[in-house]
Design a protein around this ligand. Structure first.
Ligand SMILES: Nc1nc2c(ncn2[C@@H]2O[C@H](COP(=O)(O)OP(=O)(O)OP(=O)(O)O)[C@@H](O)[C@H]2O)c(=O)[nH]1
Length: 373
């Protein structure tokens, strides 16, 4: 039999254990709630950028993680385009600190081996450093989560802690497996949503934007040009005697020429410029913050790039192509003095001027640039 003092001591001990269990249960419940909240936000993410930010910033904060990094296999540079990363930032994620876009899955295969599964354990600099894009100083333990879609590695998520006991090999990985599965599905779905969005504003044949997008963009650029008194250049480009190309080489060759011309125009433009297929063999370009002299140089460069050498219309056909361009400017003073005009009226005026200049270029013999009066 225990005496009353012993009983009381045992009672206190039990109470302490109960309190600690209760605290742990509350902490777990709190963690589960935060996790569920983030899970819902992951599922609701409407763009790839939002998803990446949730993983790299919000997860880190919500679960007090010392280092988080995300690697994505991006052989086609699709994610880089959607996240608007400059080529120099692709390996380092640019503004998305902790993101790395990979050319292929090879580094991930090296990290996870034949059968990729979540891995928890002590940080090994040689093995794990490449998975963390940022600073790894002080990391003691890590959790590595392969992201798989239809059995293929599409990326990986890494958590790092300065606490050696935080990610222990003995901890269950079921929860992490579920998390990795969810993230992989969310990434896939964000990419698909972006593709759908792009499909609505992209010309399927040439891959440049479509007329609908141009009309929307034109309003935005005009209002920016008016607000900041920037010059805005608009160009129409039409391939010369395109009907003859179709007639002589066939419709498929004509399509190939349209695609190639789209690429050539794009290669001469800056990141903030807009190029769209206006219809048939006609393209339209918008160059914000571009004064007349510069716009004329760019138009000449585009014309030169198209006519410089025959374009490949198929593996065996080379077609000599020329194009005519009409150029119109929404000059800063015109934009501000026309303060009363609506954005759509100014857009219609700008487009009509560029189109008239294009007509004059055709009339004057084609393969030339004409500036609107
Ligand atoms: N291959 C191909 N041809 C197209 C497409 N859209 C329009 N066209 C053709 O483009 C040709 C345009 O001909 P026209 O408007 O007469 O002009 P053009 O022959 O380029 O002559 P100019 O503009 O006066 O130099 C037509 O034959 C259309 O059928 C397309 O998506 N693919």
């Amino acid at each position: 039999m225990l005496n009353p003092d012993q009983l009381q001591a045992e009672n206190q001990q039990l109470r302490r254990q109960l309190d600690s269990l209760l605290r742990e249960a509350r902490a777990n419940e709190d963690k589960m709630q935060r996790f569920e909240l983030l899970e819902h936000r992951l599922i609701a993410a409407r763009s790839l950028a939002e998803l990446v930010r949730l993983l790299l910033v919000e997860y880190k904060l919500a679960f007090d993680i010392d280092a988080v990094s995300l690697c994505l296999v991006d052989a086609e540079r699709e994610a880089a385009r959607l996240l608007e990363l400059e080529p120099a930032d692709i390996a380092q994620g640019g503004i998305f600190e902790g993101l790395a876009l990979l050319d292929d899955a090879q580094p991930l295969q090296a990290l996870f081996g034949e059968q990729p599964r979540p891995w928890l354990g002590l940080f090994q600099a040689e093995r794990h450093r490449s998975g963390f894009c940022g600073d790894t100083a002080g990391l003691k333990s890590v959790a590595l989560l392969p992201l798989l879609r239809h059995g293929e590695l599409i990326g990986s998520l890494q958590f790092g802690s300065r606490d050696a006991a935080r990610y222990e090999p003995s901890a269950g990985t079921k929860f992490l497996e579920r998390l990795a599965g969810l993230i992989a599905v969310c990434l896939d779905s964000a990419l698909n949503q972006e593709r759908l969005k792009q499909a609505g504003i992209t010309d399927a044949l040439t891959g440049v934007h479509n007329r609908r997008y141009f009309e929307h963009r034109c309003q935005i650029e005009i209002s920016e040009a008016r607000r900041y008194r920037h010059p805005l250049a608009c160009m129409f480009l039409d391939i010369d005697h395109f009907k003859r190309i179709n007639d002589q080489y066939g419709h498929a060759a004509g399509d190939a020429v349209l695609r190639r011309v789209g690429q050539l125009i794009r290669s001469q433009m800056r990141a903030g410029d807009t190029i769209a297929r206006y219809g048939g063999e006609e393209f339209v370009l918008l160059l914000p913050r571009c004064p007349l002299g510069h716009a004329r140089d760019i138009a000449e460069r585009i014309r030169g790039a198209i006519s410089e050498r025959p374009l490949a219309a198929s593996s065996s056909q080379q077609v000599a192509v020329t194009a005519s361009l009409g150029l119109a400017m929404l000059a800063p003073q015109a934009a501000s003095s026309a303060a009363d005009a609506s954005g759509s009226a100014l857009a219609a005026q700008l487009v009509a001027q560029a189109d008239r200049a294009l007509y004059q270029a055709k009339e004057a013999g084609r393969n030339r640039v004409v500036m609107a009066d």
